[in-house]
Design a protein around this ligand. Structure first.
Ligand SMILES: [Zn+2]
Length: 136
């Protein structure tokens, strides 16, 4: 996997983030098993709870296109689109990842730049999680 390429896709996508209220822009780039990359960014709303995160934007775009198998996601963000720290997915996004991704294998890459990033598996970010097999 080309992590740097995935991170670059997330960073390039960051200026589009719609965050007029928090001014905290976040972008994500999702790598599908077939090699395709889907990007997403946070989309806020005047009714705050209607907002959606970058990670879910990317995942939902991919799922709407019929994708179901994912290998990694790169996430970046910061106030006014200036990346100063590693941006971790919120709890809701971790749970959405859990629906479609193997916890032990799916990689979450939190990036400041293509050269400066932290990576963790979904299992590390969401231990003892609840998933589809729990309802089987
Ligand atoms: Zn989130």
């Amino acid at each position: 996997m080309e992590k740097e390429k995935l991170i670059r896709a997330a960073i390039d996508n960051l200026p589009g983030a719609y965050a007029p209220y928090s001014h905290f822009q976040v972008s994500a780039a999702l790598l599908c098993r077939d090699g395709s990359i889907y990007t997403g960014f946070n989309i806020e709303n005047a009714a705050y709870s209607a907002a959606v995160c970058a990670e879910r934007s990317a995942i939902f775009r991919a799922v709407c296109d019929g994708k179901r198998e994912f290998e990694a996601i790169a996430v970046c963000g910061g106030k006014d689109g200036v990346i100063t720290d590693y941006c971790a997915p919120c709890g809701v996004c971790r749970q959405v990842m859990r629906e479609f991704c193997s916890p032990a294998d799916f990689l979450v890459i939190m990036a400041k730049s293509p050269e400066d990033y932290v990576e963790m598996t979904l299992k590390e970010l969401l231990p003892r999680s609840f998933g589809p097999e729990n309802l089987a």
